[in-house]
Design a binder for this molecule. Structure first.
Ligand code: ASP
Length: 290
């Protein structure tokens, strides 16, 4: 039997870890625990970049991206541009379980959610609309953005991951970031490890995403080394394109349950960590440009 481990992006990742850790302690599967944790963040109106209360897109609509992946079977599911459905990650899991597909987007994703009993609801709060109103003059620019990515290893040693976000605030309608893309915002393989991303999705996608971080672990790097290698790669690409520094962060867990995280300069990335008897926030190193 293995000790469980769990990590989740940002300080609000602690909400996810606090919900998921007792489930892992009880022997629940990694994906179930990670999903329950991520859903607690989706439900929290104070977290303004995930689920309910997420900052709307440029036309005032909250549009959610999410995905899930199981490290044992490599089963995965995703939704993009999902509107008026709060639990995007749970819908992604149903895409994985009930369809032969991996990803549903937009109206199709919403219809699928409705068919499976998810309620249609408004995802804006008075605070998120006020924030949106205040920043409307900066149309075309993005402001706040974050994602909750939860990576867990259960007592059987299986890894599971969940990623869910409202994406870049004020994004163009129809924009999809890295978060729902398997291999970009999230990748999980029991034979190597699990990794997730947060930050400017366009830069994460361009650099090859979380799947590369998992491949670095497969080649023998520790999770910490894998994340730092990936940040250097993103930085190099950003420098080449003159958009340096790209604001991205990665976190990772290997099959042994070792964890790591890193961000680009100025990223101020923290992640929540949980193991039996301990839950804490870890500050990730900021990796110099080159
Ligand atoms: N990666 C997310 C996106 O681009 C945003 C974030 O995590 O900050 O949609």
């Amino acid at each position: 039997m293995n000790d469980y481990r769990i990590i989740a992006t940002w300080s609000f990742g602690k909400i996810a870890v606090e919900v998921a850790a007792p489930l892992l302690q009880k022997g629940k599967p990694a994906l179930d625990a990670a999903l329950a944790g991520a859903q607690a963040v989706e439900d929290d109106p104070k977290v303004n970049s995930v689920g309910y209360g997420g900052i709307p897109n440029s036309v005032g609509v909250v549009s959610l991206d999410a995905c899930v992946m199981d490290g044992k079977t490599l089963s995965c599911g995703a939704v993009g541009c999902l509107e008026n459905i709060k639990h995007a990650a749970a819908v992604a899991r149903l895409v994985m379980e009930k369809t032969p597909h991996i990803m549903l987007v937009g109206q199709g994703a919403q219809a699928f959610a409705l068919q499976h009993g998810f309620p249609l609801e408004s995802l804006v709060t008075p605070e998120s609309i006020a924030e949106w109103e205040k920043n409307r003059p900066k149309k075309g620019k993005t402001a706040g953005h974050d994602t909750v990515t939860v990576l867990a290893r259960d007592q059987s040693g299986t890894l599971g991951g969940v990623c869910t976000t409202s994406g870049l605030s004020y994004k163009l309608p129809g924009r999809v970031g890295d978060s729902p893309l398997i291999g970009s915002g999230l990748y999980v393989d029991d034979e190597a490890g699990a990794a997730g991303a947060t930050g400017v999705g366009e830069e994460i996608i361009r650099a090859g995403g979380a799947g590369l971080v998992v491949e670095f672990m497969r080649q023998g790097k520790t999770p910490q080394e894998a994340c730092e290698t990936m940040i250097r790669k993103v930085n190099r690409l950003a420098a080449r394109r003159g958009v340096h520094p790209a604001r991205v962060s990665f976190l990772a867990m290997d099959k042994r349950g070792r964890v790591g995280g890193a961000c680009s300069k100025g990223g101020k990335f923290v992640y929540a960590f949980g193991e039996p008897g301990k839950i804490e926030l870890i500050t990730a190193p900021e990796i110099e440009a080159l």
